[in-house]
Write a new protein. Structure first.
Lengths: 381, 151, 71
């Protein structure tokens, strides 16, 4: 469903914040939509293991169980089901409301880092995730090069390629299938290529600046098979599958500044700019503040602000498109702002074991809000 | 003028200990070093993961050497003295550290050596720096024993 | 070569307040709280899923993870 958790979100271009440390981290993460029924529970595990001084392997496995309801346009006369046949309907029967669904997803990420004599790092990663109607495979390569002997400056380049298979059920999208073949689904593909170049500069003993430029190219089936739009064919409203362009090119830039204000107080702030050829431009500001009460307890607060412009083919208020080729009523294509608030805590039980927890509130005013949280244990061995 | 500029520019390189350099009497006093002994000096910190990993291997070396001829000295460069000492205590309790450690929270000792990486390991014989090993290394115990055998 | 490189770096950044932080001075930079998300990789991934599932843009979380050289 449109709350598809998978895939395209996480380019694995593994963050090379890999410390040369062996640990296992087990977390339970949960999500509850406010005033709704959507819940997600995600048990997950991450293992980081060094093999000698020059190799590090990192494995993470996440399992999502999603159950709930998500709003889409559907034909109320045929029942509150996502399985709506396309065709002519009456305007009064078109409804934008919750439709039940359930889904599960497992995602596995493995990365291997090799450090050279110069301490430059090469990281090769693989990512696989699967849910009932979606399968994603990804490979990535990243190289980190230190520019000076004190390792205060580094440059990194990375690239990833992702191949996705989307199952479109013929019962949902009759246009996609050849009715005579009797097939129940059609598999569509989506290829995603991304590249990123980053530069890190240590400014002084207590601050550092990271910056990066990224490019993402998507080719293939970018529509959501569950999303509907209402098309106005000569005042004959029809509920049809949404149609997004089959390619998307995006670029962006990110800057992140970390600063320790005192022995106990640390801030991390970042700004990201994003722009694509669907005419979505977005700005993301994130600020985090951490306070160490003592050697054992660290707490944090975070605030994230996000704003984007709408895609050129988006329409929601009237939801009546004319004969234009591309049409979507996917909220993610609209213009909106969102805020995310975060509270977190980390407690060291011993030098090897720590527990952590966080509570987050995500809000798109007047439309959507949700709580999500995590509880975790980390064991260094 | 140009010479002064060059000296200023590369002062850090000029003043850091290279092979063959004589260790100052100030450091010898601070570390209580004797002239007729070989010293292995290990610069480490609690936040340095590779340093932590090397510690048991260095302790293993310390078990095998003739202590009347060779001595290992750890220099903890943690600016937070308390953090450093807690770290040392944990290592000792876990039997991963069995040699003498000198705390250097102000960096007075490390500034004279200027290791280019952490952990920084120096071998001093007859008051002279004869070898060093920087950064995380595989089989550090073997490497170090090989170096010591040559002396 | 090293001399040439060093003089280039010093010329480039000489005017800024960028300091040459020595390997033994990186205790603060090595802190997990100097990284976005406080170093919690799993939860950062989860949060990114949620943002992705509700927002129309993505990217930038990748290669800028250049080390502080504090290992």
């Amino acid at each position: 469903m449109q709350l598809r958790l998978s895939t395209i979100s996480c380019f694995l271009l593994a963050s090379s914040s890999l410390m040369a440390e062996d640990y296992v981290s087990v977390e339970y993460m949960g999500y509850d939509k406010e005033s709704g029924r959507t819940t997600i529970s995600t048990p997950s595990i991450e293992i980081n293991k060094d093999f000698g001084a020059d190799y590090t392997a990192n494995l993470s496995v996440m399992h999502d169980s999603v159950s709930g309801a998500t709003p889409i346009y559907h034909d109320s006369s045929s029942g509150a089901s996502a399985k709506i046949p396309e065709g002519t309907i009456y305007k009064n029967d078109i409804e934008y409301s919750d439709v039940d669904y359930e889904d599960e997803r497992t995602a596995v990420t493995l990365s291997l880092t090799k450090r050279f004599e110069s301490r430059d790092e090469l990281t090769i990663g693989g990512n696989y995730s699967k849910e009932h109607d979606y399968e994603s495979k990804e490979m990535s390569v990243e190289y980190l090069h230190y520019l000076d002997s004190s390792k205060n400056q580094s440059i990194s380049i990375g690239t990833s390629y992702q191949k996705n298979d989307v199952s479109v059920y013929c019962s949902l999208n009759t246009d996609e299938c050849d009715s005579s073949s009797g097939a129940s689904e059609k598999v569509k593909t989506l290829d995603v290529f991304s590249a990123e170049i980053g530069f890190t500069q240590v400014i002084d003993k207590t601050s550092q600046l990271k910056s990066s430029l990224f490019y993402i190219n998507e080719d293939g089936y970018l529509s959501n098979p569950y999303m509907r739009v209402v098309r106005d064919y000569n005042r004959n409203p029809k509920l049809t599958q949404e149609e997004k362009p089959d390619s998307r090119k995006a670029y962006g830039a990110l800057v992140q500044y970390s600063k320790a204000l005192s022995d106990r107080l640390t801030t991390v702030s970042s700004y990201r700019f994003y722009s694509d050829d669907w005419e979505i431009n977005s700005h993301t500001l994130n600020g985090e503040l951490y306070y160490e009460f003592n050697d054992k307890l660290t707490t944090g607060v975070g605030l994230r602000y996000y704003t984007q412009s709408e895609a050129k083919f988006y329409n929601a208020s009237a939801d009546y498109f004319t004969d234009q080729t591309y049409a979507s009523s996917d909220r993610r294509m609209s213009s909106f702002d969102s805020l995310n608030y975060k509270l977190s805590g980390d407690y060291k039980i011993s030098s090897d074991i720590s527990i952590n927890a966080s509570l987050n509130y995500y809000d798109q005013p007047d439309y959507f809000s949700a709580f999500y949280y995590n509880l975790g244990v980390k064991y260094k061995f | 003028m140009r010479t002064i500029f060059t000296i200023l520019l590369f002062s850090s390189l000029l003043f850091s200990y290279q092979k063959g350099d004589i260790v100052s009497s100030e450091i010898k006093d601070k570390l209580e070093m004797k002239d007729n002994k070989i010293y292995v000096i290990d610069f480490f910190a609690s936040w340095c993961a590779s340093c932590k990993r090397e510690m048991p291997y260095l302790s293993k070396v310390n078990d095998t050497i003739d202590k009347s001829k060779i001595e290992l000295i750890g220099i903890d460069v943690d600016e937070d003295l308390k953090k450093g000492q807690t770290f040392q205590k944990e290592l000792r309790e876990a039997k991963k550290l069995n040699f003498r450690v000198v705390d250097d929270p102000k960096g007075e000792i490390v500034k004279l050596f200027e290791p280019v990486g952490m952990p920084g390991l120096y071998i001093v014989k007859d008051g002279k720096v004869v070898d060093f090993l920087f950064g995380a290394r595989d089989n550090i115990d073997k490497l170090l024993l090989d170096v010591l055998k040559e002396l | 070569m090293r001399t040439l490189y060093l003089s280039l770096v010093i010329t480039l950044f000489g005017g800024c307040s960028i300091k040459d932080v020595k390997p033994w001075e990186k205790g603060t930079l090595a802190k997990e709280t100097m990284r976005e998300g406080g170093g919690d990789v799993l939860f950062k991934k989860f949060a990114n899923h949620i943002y992705f599932s509700k927002e129309g843009s993505k990217g930038g979380g990748g290669v800028a993870g250049g080390g502080c050289g504090c290992n």
